[in-house]
Structures are given as C-alpha cells and as structure tokens.
Design a protein around this ligand. Structure first.
Ligand code: SAM
Length: 312
C-alpha cells in the first residue's frame, strides 16, 4: 500500500469499503506527510511511551505513532472505520483500536488497562487531529478530568481560531475563559499553522498544531480550584459588563460583597474580565473563598467550552 496519507490510498480505501466521509463527524483526513511528521515529532514520542490517539480516521497518525511508541491506543467513534483501520494498520502489533465516543470513554480506565502490560511505559502522550465540531469539549474533558495525573502532553491539530483563543493573553477580544483554563492546566506552544489544503476533504478554515504540556503544579496558588473556575466563568459569562456586574450576576452574591472582594484583591470594579491576568483571577478567587462564598456551580451555568468566548 502507498503511504497512508496519500490521496490515492484514501481513494482506494474509500472505494474498497464504500466509505463516505461524514461531515458531521468532522472527518477531514490528513493528506500531507510533512504535517503528519510535524504532529508526531512535536509530540516527542519515545520508544517506551504509550500514545493515546483521539479520532484515528484511516490511521495516518496512528501508524506514524506506532513506529515510534511502545504502544498506541486509538479511540474512534465511527464504527465504519474499524474494519478500515484493521486493514490499514495490519502490519502493526502495538496498536489497539477502541470503538467509542471519546467524550464518553473512561480514559483513565483505558490507560490503566494498557499499563497492565509487563513492561512499564515511561510516559503517556495524547495526540490527535481533532474533529472540529467538539475540539473544545474534548480538550476540556481531558483537562477537567485531570489528564495531568496520567499524561505528559497533548499534541493536537485544532482550528487556527481555537488555537489562537487558547494562547490568547489578557487585553484582547479573544482572551476568555478557554484561554485561562487551558493556560492554567498547560504550557501552550504553537508548533505550526496548517493550511486547509492538507486535508481531504478541504475544510473552510486553516488549522494549527498545538503542544500542551500538562502542568504537574498549577501556575497560581489557589485555596479552591472550583472557586477559581467559578470566578473565571462568571467574569467572562457577561464579558462586556464590568467585573462588579458580571461577578454579582454570575456568582449570585450581592454587589456589596463583590465590591468588598474586589477591593481586597486590589482590582478596580469597573474593569472587565478580559483585562485580568491569571494571578488576578487567582487572588480574587482566594478572597471569595476566604469569605466563605460557595464555589458550587449553579445548575445550568455554562461551561468554559459553551461560554460566550468558548463557542466553536
Ligand atoms: N486522524 C485522522 C487524520 O488525521 O487523517 C482523522 C482526523 S479527523 C479530523 C477526526 C476523526 O475523529 C474522524 O476519524 C472522526 O470519525 C473521529 N471522531 C469524531 N468524533 C469523535 C468522537 N466523539 N470520539 C472519537 N472519535 C471521533
């Protein structure tokens, strides 16, 4: 078989299996070897590593990862791709394909199962050319479900615009809850901007390869992580309002309390959330915690990925 990323291979495979790509599953397959290398080299896979791949598609990244890693586990939702993957990856004995929805998969269990193998892995590296329709929810699942406990890094292709929001710094329109959350959990590095021409079918927008190194220690000192995210979500929930207004609405406490907390954190109440850096959010959250304000998220409150600045 020709290289897996070659358009000819994709055509041969789609004909053989009468496979029609699903737009709703975000199936834009990579057809450029340089970009495959960029992701694989960027993820710094070592020969004793365990790789978890999200959405293997026809297996281009899976095969390249299997060449370098001790083992690869790939989670693919589309059951039609399972026989395809069994065919395209038949020369590898270190790949396990798991059919399922990454959002519903117990990744910790999957990794623990793999770790039962006699030889220990030195690190777990997560990779993927993510389906664009759930990029942010996938990353937030990994981060909020503490992938930092079991994985070293996440090297992924995402839409360029999402990558920009994840890397954004305070002061601009694209800085939001997603930026703070991703930067809280990870060191974010942009490895490449990727033109839409390297995918088949060609999507509407360009993409980017990001490497997220999961922090073992948070970059700020928090009394309550839950409170920190509550403050971040509340602040950006109504990002055009002043912090005094957005926080009193989002945290559901009186304006007097918010005014006192802002004063104690030395933050001007007329500022907006988009001007606060991570240290300021942390300081403010710690003041709220010290005052005994509940960190619990009210029913129906939007998540980081659904908030105004987190929409796909
Ligand atoms: N890795 C392949 C490549 O680079 O050519 C395919 C990438 S394609 C952008 C995204 C892949 O994710 C598709 O194979 C799609 O079927 C799969 N996918 C979509 N939603 C998924 C989900 N919820 N869980 C797991 N895989 C999913």
């Amino acid at each position: 078989m020709e290289k897996l990323y070659s358009p000819t291979t994709i055509k041969t495979v789609t004909n053989k299996y009468d496979f029609h790509m699903s737009k709703s599953l975000g199936q834009n397959f990579l057809v450029d070897g340089n970009i495959v290398n960029k992701i694989i080299e960027g993820s710094e896979i070592g020969e004793e590593d365990l790789v978890l791949e999200i959405g293997p598609g026809m297996g281009v990244l899976t095969a390249a990862a299997a060449e370098k890693a001790a083992k690869v586990i790939a989670v693919e939702l589309d059951h039609r791709l399972i026989p395809v993957l069994e065919d395209t990856l038949k020369d590898y004995d270190n790949i396990t394909i798991h059919q399922g929805d990454i959002m519903k998969t117990d990744l910790r269990a999957l990794i623990s199962e793999a770790k039962k193998e006699p030889k220990p892995f030195s690190a777990v590296k997560i990779i993927g050319n993510l389906p664009y329709y759930i990029t942010t929810p996938i990353l937030m699942k990994l981060l909020e479900e503490d992938a930092r406990d079991y994985a070293y890094s996440i090297t992924v292709m995402v839409q360029k615009e999402v990558a920009e929001r994840m890397r954004a710094v305070p002061g601009g329109k694209i800085y939001g809850a997603l930026s703070v959350a991703v930067q809280y959990y990870c060191e974010v590095e942009l490895l490449a901007i990727v033109p839409k021409e390297v995918f088949f079918p060609k999507p509407k927008v360009d993409s980017a390869v990001l490497r997220l190194i999961l922090r073992k220690e948070p970059p700020v000192s928090l009394l309550s992580e839950e409170m920190f995210f509550r403050v971040v979500r509340a602040g950006f929930g109504q990002r055009r309002k002043t912090l005094l207004n957005s926080l009193s609405a989002g945290i559901d406490v009186g304006k007097e309390v918010v005014t006192a907390c802002l004063a104690e954190a030395d933050i001007d109440p007329t500022r907006r959330a988009e001007t606060l850096n991570m240290n300021e959010f942390a300081c403010l959250a710690n003041v709220f915690t010290k005052k005994g304000i509940s960190a619990q998220r009210p029913r129906g409150e939007k998540g980081v990925d659904e908030s105004e600045n987190g929409m796909e």
